[in-house]
Design a binder for this molecule. Sequence first.
Ligand SMILES: CC(C)(COP(=O)(O)OP(=O)(O)OC[C@H]1O[C@@H](n2cnc3c(N)ncnc32)[C@H](O)[C@@H]1OP(=O)(O)O)[C@@H](O)C(=O)NCCC(=O)NCCS
Length: 384
Amino acid sequence: MREVCIIGCGMTKFGELWTKSFRDIFVEAGLKAIDDAGVDHIDSMYVGTMTSGLFVGQEHVGALMADYLGVAPIPALRVESACCSGGMAIHQGILDIASGNSDIVLVGGVEKMNDGADATYALSTAADQEYEVYQGITFPGLYALIAQAHMHKYGTTRQQLAQVSVKNHYNGSMNPNAQFQRKVTLEQVMNATLVADPLTILDCSPVSDGGACLILAPLEIARKLNKPIIKIIASEAATDALALHQRKDITTLNAVKVSAEKAYKKAGMKPSDIDVAEVHDCFTIAELCIMEELGFCEKGKSGKFVEDGNTALDGKIPVNTSGGLKSKGHPVGATGAAQAIEIVEQLRGSAGKRQIKNAKIGLAQNMGGSGASSVVHILKKLND
Ligand SMILES: CC(C)(COP(=O)(O)OP(=O)(O)OC[C@H]1O[C@@H](n2cnc3c(N)ncnc32)[C@H](O)[C@@H]1OP(=O)(O)O)[C@@H](O)C(=O)NCCC(=O)NCCS
């Protein structure tokens, strides 16, 4: 199998992009990535989008985007794995290059959630329709159940959940692409409008429009470019039961755990080798559970781990330096690609005020639904 690198990336600002269409958003991100890579052609393309059919009435996304990006008639495929679609598009692109089938591959994702369908309904299609959605539960409701269980089982506190939001909004305040570039306090998070007990609006990722793209190439091509070489040293995915009641323990995100274990093994690394991580904080409780599944802290101890500042910009393992889904925004199909872009920026040393000194190895974790699909990428900078 060939080794694969990221040679270019580009994204739109995330937020309410009323003046841009679904295709405009993807094309803007794609052109930025192509410019950044300095390539003159694309061999194939993978576009992650969760439910563009419901949000904007558009299916057949691969061909549409290849046409409007000006790269047709290349093979172009849509990848769907709920909120994990962007990360899985990267995974597919890697396989395409590793197998020797393609050299230059554009991977990424896009979602336009503010036009068209009711976002809560569209998002709920990623949960189990018969056993969960039909009974009236929504995504904030599912994660609220996980939060209640974590608090009950491990003594995790309301403040500890809120601390995730405070940290991520602080990081997002330094990210020009973030939807919310404002800081929030613990009190503001805890006293904000209750969405699903114990989660308030400031525990939730928002409804967002946005796109993010990366250009992948084999190591031999990356070596010829005059820029830091960012190699993908692991890309591993896993799944779990869609419905919470089917799981042995709802405080365990097994797909995250398995995908992380496989990724560490592939990379020959352990959690303490990671310098910076972007994780899927669709709700504050998700970031806490993910800390445990990635092995950054012991099971049940993530509340204290975050409260003690271990995941802050100057902490032991900075997490969600971009602002995470909470503050940067969560255009569901684009999120996994945007997470990888933040890691690339950190490894290149171009993350501005959010820069982590001497970051050499970064991890991006993207998941779908209430954690039924997960993909973990580990990236390494090979030179300066
Ligand atoms: C939490 C949620 C229900 C709030 O939606 P809403 O009640 O329709 O909120 P509105 O759009 O009316 O916004 C009201 C205000 O709150 C702000 N806001 C909305 N969501 C916010 C969020 N998540 N965080 C911070 N501020 C938010 C808006 O910018 C707006 O501010 P303004 O009055 O200054 O303009 C919605 O953001 C949501 O569903 N989030 C979860 C998305 C999700 O499930 N994603 C998939 C994860 S698996």
